[in-house]
Ligand binder design. Structure first.
Ligand SMILES: O=C(NCCc1nnc(-c2ccc3[nH]cnc3c2)[nH]1)c1cc(-c2ccc(F)cc2)cc(O)c1O
Ligand SMILES: [Mg+2]
Length: 214
């Protein structure tokens, strides 16, 4: 039977990356997606911007919306301090199955909790079910029309504190116009655009970093 793109990405990791070496997992996925077939990982160019924001925030608690194959999950978790935790939400069970294996190959199971379900359903349960107070960093990389409603939901659920950082992928391509308009015009956010390119292409894209001011 025909394999899926996420299955082929996992194969590339298992063939080319070293178990327990997160950076080799990131490198293996980037090489596969640049040379064999495109996939919607944040990629290496935007990934370097992601790395610098993670290192600057040095978060104890991270929420990722949209796991896909776990590329950015592994990339972020590899930079976290010892007792930090990353919760990643994935809606698509097929993506989740692959992501769990990629995370395991990187040896990062202890830092990462992958939760399957819709962000709109799971965000209100964060405090009670996952023992989370607030998130120091949120990486938005799921359905582009969910960025704004989920940001408002995180505010309502008290999951953001003064200084919490939201980092949003794809604000140009595919684009998140309502989200961008909101964070750039709201007095409760300080936003900054990092110009880059859509993963593995020359098409313009970028990340928007927004600090919640409380
Ligand atoms: O759709 C994207 N990403 C979203 C994946 C996802 N798949 N499922 C979810 C989900 C949806 C509810 C959720 N609720 C909780 N987790 C959730 C996860 N998110 C995406 C698309 C592109 C892209 C660019 C140019 C093109 F020509 C085609 C495509 C590039 C990117 O970097 C992306 O991130
Ligand atoms: Mg993306």
């Amino acid at each position: 039977t025909q394999s899926t793109r996420p299955q082929r990405i996992l194969g590339a990791v298992q063939q080319n990356a070293t178990r327990g070496d997160p950076r080799s997992v990131v490198r293996a996925i980037d090489q596969y997606c640049r040379n064999q077939e495109w996939a919607m990982n944040v990629g290496d160019e935007k990934g370097c911007i992601l790395d610098s924001v993670v290192s600057e925030v040095n978060p104890a608690t991270v929420l990722e919306l949209g796991t896909y194959c776990g590329y950015s999950t592994v990339r972020i978790a590899s930079l976290l301090p010892p007792h930090a935790k990353l919760i990643t939400l994935e809606f698509n069970p097929e993506f989740a199955v692959i992501a769990r294996q990629v995370i395991a190959w990187a040896g990062l199971e202890d830092k990462i909790q992958l939760v399957e379900g819709a962000s709109g359903d799971l965000i209100p349960k964060m405090k009670e079910q996952f023992g989370v107070e607030t998130f120091d960093l949120v990486f938005l990389d799921h359905w582009k029309d969910r960025y704004l409603p989920d940001t408002k939901l995180m505010e309502e659920c008290g999951l953001l504190r003064k200084g919490s950082v939201l980092l949003a992928d794809n604000v140009i391509c595919p684009g998140t116009p309502e989200y961008l308009e909101f964070v750039r015009s709201s007095p409760r956010y300080e936003s900054q655009y990092f110009k880059s390119h859509l993963e593995y292409t020359k098409v313009e894209d970028g990340l928007e970093k927004s600090v919640f001011l409380g």
